[in-house]
Design a protein around this ligand. Structure first.
Ligand code: GLU
Length: 468
């Protein structure tokens, strides 16, 4: 039977979830879902100084908002310290690792001396054969005995052959003097314990991979597949950072981006699939493959992301947009429960193609809820001809008698009304638009009237006429 694929995303809660992290999580997620495997989430919180609860909360919130559901329980490395220590001690007893009591000061002095002779490659192996035992000194670390001459090359699932020689690696630390594991040791122990079959992560970890392979071998574990995604660069080709614009998920969320758009854009950033640019999450799952992931770094474009967001606003159903739109409505003082689902769905139809973000959408919905407070002089001059006030007034009187304020009926009604009087529709629609929206641009006038309803339409028209 073929082995079930298990991948993981392993963020360190030392900062917010940034764009690069999301893409790593997403590729793991897509691969798992595509292959019918599992996507696990592990919190790498062994750096006690830099890990914070705030970062952790932000990461989990972002994962949920993005809809990157993980399988099974969350794993926290900080809850597995005993396991790391036990395994490291086992390595010591099997002669694969050793205790070391060299102090930082001693190491610094020897490092300088070795550097002056041009032979420094890291720890000099002084405690390798000393046979120190647990408790021999108050401050001890455990180091891995790295066999000199061992080939630590591997075939990267994305980049192909990567060559490493153990001569480039010193006897590095597995357990620090405070009893906490180093990143490399904890990752290997956990990836094995969690049954991870493919380690897929950013290319900043390529350099850790030979060390991890050395640990896999010392522990007698089979190595998983390794694949490293290329970096995301800013427009000036340097590593993506704050300078290039927003890099945190929460910023995009608060600026009115849809999670599906962010996922779509990031998936395509570094993964090719013909000329298709727009994908829903389900379509991404169907189309994704590791073979399609590019080796070359990708350049982040905020403009392209904004375009993708606009396209998602155009293509998604109201029900898919509604939960994400809700906070933006509330921020603008609009109660999402004040109108029916059908009403909102119609209102959204009138704005598709006119807005790029949910923030803009909420902004443009405002005139359906709040009457204009003023009418700019230049708009009045533009939309109102001499005969306009009378035209609007007469039409309002006709509307008084209309009970069916549905879009279709309003369209028919206005057409017939204009035909009977030999009126150009625009000469009525433009002043009417200004009257009810306070603006000379808006969605179709019949949509606006239908959405406002009879009472509100007439109240606004009257308020407008009395101000003229
Ligand atoms: N915790 C590491 C990071 O945030 C990820 C380690 C890994 O994927 O192996 O960069």
């Amino acid at each position: 039977m073929k082995e079930k694929i298990r991948v993981r995303f392993a963020p360190s809660p030392t900062g917010y979830l940034h764009i690069g992290g999301v893409r790593t999580a997403l590729y793991n997620y897509l691969y798992a879902r595509k292959m019918g495997g599992e996507f696990l989430l592990r919190i790498e919180d062994t750096d006690r100084e830099r890990s914070t609860q705030e970062s952790l909360d932000q990461i989990l919130e972002a994962m949920e908002w993005l809809g990157l559901e993980w399988d099974g329980e969350l794993t926290y490395q900080s809850q597995r310290l005993d396991l790391y220590r036990t395994l490291a001690e086992e390595l010591v007893s099997r002669g694969k690792a050793y205790y070391c009591d060299c102090t930082k000061e001693e190491l610094d002095i020897r490092k300088k001396e070795l550097e002056s002779r041009g032979v420094f490659v890291g720890y000099d192996g002084r405690c390798r054969e000393r046979g120190l035992k647990k408790g021999d000194a108050s401050h001890m670390v455990i180091r891995l005995k790295v066999d000199n001459g061992e080939d630590l090359s591997y075939t990267d699932l994305i980049r192909g052959e990567i060559n490493f020689d153990s001569k480039e690696i010193d006897d590095f630390i597995l357990i620090r003097s405070d009893g906490f594991p180093t990143y490399n040791f904890a990752v290997v122990v956990d990836d094995h314990a969690m049954g991870i079959t493919h380690v897929l992560r950013g290319d900043d970890h390529i350099i850790n991979t030979p060390k991890q392979i050395a640990i896999y071998r010392a522990l007698g574990y089979e190595t998983p597949g390794f694949g490293h995604f290329s970096m995301i660069l800013g427009s000036d080709k340097s590593r993506l950072s704050k300078r290039h614009g927003a890099t945190s998920v929460s910023e995009y969320r608060h600026n009115g981006y849809l999670p599906s758009a962010l996922l779509n854009y990031l998936a395509k950033l570094g993964w090719g699939h013909g000329d298709t640019e727009l994908f829903t999450k389900e379509e991404l799952i169907r189309a994704f493959s590791l073979e399609g992931v590019n080796k070359a770094p990708a350049v982040f474009s905020p403009e392209k992301l904004l375009w993708v967001n606009q396209e998602h606003i155009k293509m998604l159903s109201y029900d898919m947009i509604a939960p994400y739109l809700k906070p933006f409505l509330e921020k603008k003082g609009i109660d999402p429960a004040s109108r029916s689902r059908e009403w909102f769905s119609h209102a959204l139809e009138t704005l598709r193609g006119r807005v790029k973000t949910l923030e803009e959408m909420a902004e443009k919905l405002l005139y359906y809820f709040f009457p204009p407070e003023e009418w700019a002089e230049k708009d009045v001059a533009k939309a109102m001809k001499k005969s306009s006030p009378e035209l609007v007034e007469d039409y309002a009187a006709a509307l008084e008698k209309v009970d069916d304020f549905s879009l279709q009926h309003l369209e028919e009604h206005m057409r017939a009304y204009c035909e009977e009087r030999d009126l150009n529709m625009g000469s009525l629609a433009q002043p009417l638009r200004l009257a009810v929206t306070g603006s000379t641009v808006s969605p179709g006038i019949h949509d606006v009237l239908a959405l406002l309803g009879k009472n509100e339409t007439l109240a606004r028209v009257r308020a407008f006429l009395s101000r003229l």
